[in-house]
Design a protein around this ligand. Structure first.
Ligand SMILES: Nc1ncnc2c1ncn2[C@@H]1O[C@H](COP(=O)(O)OP(=O)(O)OP(=O)(O)O)[C@@H](O)[C@H]1O
Length: 220
């Protein structure tokens, strides 16, 4: 069976900084993979590399066995939530999802999906009028719209209140139960230790350590 995600010796310079420094990792089993590390350590860049949004200077990336920039341009069967690639500001949550459906020539049950992430399908507020927590929820819905087998959530715990955190925990555990693979970065160590099967510790553009998440304490 081919890997779900495989990164081989990826290096990326951003101006004079070596932002990704010989990164290699292989994910072969569905499950939840946590990425932790200080601000600027390279977590988002690793995700962008997997998605195909960032071209490495060297090294190779495979998603579902297909080589990026050779077999495919962007990761297939993959959903992502990243604030940088956010929703359209002047559209409601539902309109944003409708647009994605139109672009993909698909027709999903958007009301059900909005309710699943805890948003009211009839809410007429536009994305720019959403609270940060509501924005996070909509980004999760957008990531899950086509029910992809690989989900990449960059800092999904940001701006979530206690209920939001509980909701997110339930959501990711449910997705794992459905056989999905989730890559999640977060500064919330309790959240990551609670949900992740394996944790990658990122520091200065390197994967400093990887650990199967038993009861090991996260110490950076
Ligand atoms: N477009 C860019 N141009 C220049 N440098 C960049 C760019 N994007 C990221 N970097 C730099 O690359 C390094 C890694 O950034 P990255 O966003 O991956 O960090 P991160 O671990 O996700 O941080 P955070 O926890 O704050 O989200 C940082 O030093 C950042 O400043």
């Amino acid at each position: 069976m081919s890997s779900i995600v495989k990164i081989e010796h990826v290096t990326k310079k951003m101006k004079s900084l070596v932002a990704l420094d010989d990164i290699s990792l292989e994910i072969s089993e569905p499950g939840i993979y946590g990425f932790v590390g200080p601000n600027g350590s390279g977590k988002s860049l690793i995700f962008k590399t997997i998605l195909g949004f960032l071209k490495p200077d060297s090294g190779q990336v495979f998603v579902h066995g297909k080589k990026l920039r050779k077999d495919i341009l962007f990761a297939e069967d993959t959903g992502y939530s990243m604030v940088e690639y956010a929703a359209l500001a002047d559209k409601t949550g539902r309109q944003n999802l409708e647009l994605m459906d139109i672009l993909a020539s698909e027709k999903h049950d958007l009301d059900k999906l909005l309710r699943y992430v805890g948003l009211d399908p009839n809410n007429q507020r536009t994305y720019k009028e959403y609270s940060l927590g509501m924005k996070q929820r909509l980004l999760l819905a957008m990531a899950m719209l086509s029910d992809p087998s690989l989900l990449i959530f960059d800092e999904p715990t940001n701006a979530l209140d206690e209920d939001g955190q509980e909701f997110l925990k339930r959501l990711v555990l449910e997705q794992r139960k459905r056989g999905k693979t989730l890559l999640i970065s977060s500064h919330d160590k309790t959240f990551i230790t609670d949900v992740a099967d394996k944790i990658y510790y990122v520091s200065e553009g390197r994967i400093k350590k990887e650990a199967v998440n038993c009861d090991e304490k996260i110490d950076e």
